[in-house]
Every structure is written in C-alpha cells, then in structure tokens.
Design a protein around this ligand. Structure first.
Ligand SMILES: C[S@@+](CC[C@H](N)C(=O)[O-])C[C@H]1O[C@@H](n2cnc3c(N)ncnc32)[C@H](O)[C@@H]1O
Length: 370
C-alpha cells in the first residue's frame, strides 16, 4: 500500500530522474545503477526524493542520504551490498532490502534530502593541480595557495600526498594518488620534488567543518560506494587535514577573492580552483575572470584551474575547448602586468589521467599585455 504522500503526488519527474540516472551511473557505479533501475517503480521512495528542493532533487541526493545513514549505523542489512563498507559485497538483488530500509527511515531520509546538497572534495585532482604548482614554483620559489571552492580543504594539502605518474613517484605521504600522464611532457615533468607551500587558505560558500562528524559523514556519503578507492583516500585525507588544519573561510568566489589574496604575506600567491566555477552562473564566471585580471594588474599572481570548459563559458577559454567535456588544466600567470595564459592538459574529472597538450595550436592563448 502506498503512503498518502506517494498517492497524492505526481512522481513522473522523479521517475524520469531515476530512469535517466541508470545510464549516467552505468559501469562506473553498478550499485547505484541497480538502485535507480529498481526505484523507478517504487513510488514511496520516489516520494521521499520529491521532498528535496528543486535544485538538489537528484537521485544522488537520495543515495547520499541513504549512504549517510548506513555510515552512521553499518549494522543495517543494506550495508552488505556496499563495496566500500564490506569486503565481500552481495551481488543479488538489493531492491527489497533498499525499499524496506527507505520505508523504516522515511523521516530521517526526508530530513536529509530537504536540507543537504551533494558535496565533494576530490583529492585525485591534487595529482593534476600539483603539476602546475610545481611548474610555477620552479620559476618563483615558495608558494602560498588560496583554494577557491575548497570544500573541506583537502586540495590545500598537495604537498602532503604521494604521487605516482606512471613509473615516476614523488612525495613521502601515506596517501598515494596515481595519475596516468600521456602526451608530450616537457623535460621538467613530472616534477622530482613537490612545491613548497608556506601559506594555505581555502574559501568556500559552505566550507565543510572537518571537526563536525555530521558534516564529515555527509561528505563521505556523497562518494559513490562502488568507487571504494575514492572513499578510502577521502577518509585518509580527512585524517591528514585534522593534523594540518588548513584555514577555511566562508565566502564567495567573486565577492571575496581580492580580500583573500590580500591576506597572504609570504610566498608567491597562487589561486587554485577545481570543479567549482561551474557552480557559478556564467556572468559570475566572467566576473571571477575580471577580478583575477584586476588583481593581476596590481601584483604578480598565478591561477591554476582544473575546470570543465563546457560548463564555464564565462572563463574565456580558447574557442576550440568550448565543447570539451573533459577537465582542462590551465595556468594563468600575471607578471609585471603581463598575462600568460596556457591550457596545459585535458583529463579525467577526478584526476585519474591527464593528456598534456601545452603548446598545441588548439590550446595556446597568447600572452597579453594588459
Ligand atoms: C564540486 S565541489 C569541489 C570542491 C573542490 N574544489 C574539489 O575539487 O574537490 C564545489 C565546491 O564549490 C563550493 N562553491 C560553490 N559555489 C561557490 C561560490 N560562489 N563561492 C565559493 N564556493 C562555492 C561548494 O560549496 C563546494 O564546496
């Protein structure tokens, strides 16, 4: 028997969201693909998702809410299907247990989907960002880093991870990040040492407080359980962050950028952004780019971006990259009022691989005098 909420609702939108998500999850997330395929015909569960605000009414919001409750109580029978929570995940149909779990936890799940938005902090991107940071440090020496859209601040710890680029390894950290590099690398890459970062601070509209178990659980819950490696390294990086305690400031990428840069008083200032500027409306992306250029006219500064050109048309990408669904590693250097702007590589959004494209006719953006 359906709940009154499910009976009263037109759930066609939520049904379509689930149906569409099956192919999105695909091979990358077989558990969530099975969940989504089964939930298409489960109005009681779709009715929970329907409680989410429009902007976050996504299958991943409901799945993160379910995951979050399992992380809080791993003794739940549903845990047995989660590859990140059990050594030998069950392979049979999870749907009856999933639906029963949602029925028993309807009010908690509803509370979560009403109030939470999907959140990530992907440290795999550090394996890409650090390539650009090393190139800048080789020319200017020590760096200070401001990460915009820092989330929990984990990509402020680039010098605390160990990197493996093919056979080449650098760093002594416990957490290894592997990134396959292809294309014609310049002789200085991969780097033989990590850049020295003497100051680091993160800015985020909604920073994750790593000392708050509830916020940490939500961040962990937003990792897809099939991607157990990401889950494990996220937990390890959160432990590392508890030691380093990078400073995180609540604020806006555009409105607070200049004030953040002016806080730094040691090393060459580098602004990093990874998968954050796509959250800004296009006029705000343009405003961010304008702000950067204004700062660059006043002082030497660098920007290292790992962003998706097709989602950030306000950032003045070369036209050839406008339709790129890959992430692009871009470095912009402002030195004595002149701007040098290069796309260095195109890669996987989570930093598993990067093709070096620096200097190709398609991606070079001419040096400009401002
Ligand atoms: C997808 S997460 C990426 C986090 C991190 N940069 C990474 O690569 O893992 C996007 C982050 O941007 C933040 N964000 C979105 N809009 C923002 C804004 N206008 N100003 C500052 N942060 C923002 C969100 O709160 C979130 O933490």
């Amino acid at each position: 028997m359906m709940t009154p909420a499910a009976e009263a609702s037109d759930l066609s939108h939520e049904r379509k969201l689930m149906a569409d998500f099956v192919s999105v999850a695909g091979r990358r997330a077989p558990l969530y693909a099975r969940f989504a395929a089964g939930l298409v015909d489960q109005p009681d569960v779709l009715a929970i998702l329907a409680q989410a605000p429009r902007g976050s009414r996504l299958p991943v919001t409901l799945f993160a809410a379910i995951h979050s409750l399992l992380l809080a109580d791993p003794s739940e029978p549903l845990t047995a299907w989660y590859p990140n929570l059990t050594d030998t995940p069950r392979g049979d149909d999870p749907l009856p247990t999933l639906v029963e779990f949602c029925r028993c936890h309807r009010s908690e799940l509803t509370g979560l989907v009403r109030t939470r938005v999907p959140q990530t902090n992907e440290i795999g991107r550090s394996a890409v960002l650090v390539l650009a940071l090393a190139g800048i440090a080789a020319k200017v020496g020590t760096l200070s880093q401001i990460d915009i859209g820092a989330s929990a601040g984990l990509n402020l710890l680039t010098d605390r991870y160990r990197y493996r680029w093919g056979k080449h390894s650098v760093g002594v950290g416990e957490i290894e990040l592997a990134c396959r590099l292809t294309g014609a690398l310049p002789p200085a890459l991969p780097p033989t040492e990590l850049p020295s970062i003497v100051q680091r601070v993160g800015l985020d509209r909604d920073p994750v407080d790593i000392t708050d178990p509830d916020q940490v659980r939500w961040l962990e819950a937003c990792v897809w359980p099939d991607q157990a490696d990401r889950f494990v390294r996220l937990r390890a990086a959160l432990d590392e962050a508890l030691v380093v305690r990078p400073e995180l400031v609540a604020g806006d990428a555009v409105a607070d950028l200049a004030a953040m840069v002016s806080r730094l008083d040691a090393g060459h200032p580098v602004i990093t952004t990874s998968w954050v500027l796509n959250y800004l409306p296009v006029p705000q992306q343009s405003a961010f780019w304008k702000q950067l250029n204004e700062i660059g006219q006043r002082q030497d500064v660098s920007w290292v971006a790992y962003e998706a050109p097709e989602l950030t048309s306000g950032l003045a990408w070369p036209t050839s990259l406008g339709q790129q669904s890959l992430s692009a590693l871009r470095v912009v250097r402002w030195r004595n009022g002149a701007r040098d702007d290069q796309v260095l590589g195109l890669g996987h959004p989570h930093g598993y691989w990067l093709e070096w494209v620096e200097g190709s006719a398609l991606t070079t953006i001419a040096t400009q005098h401002l």
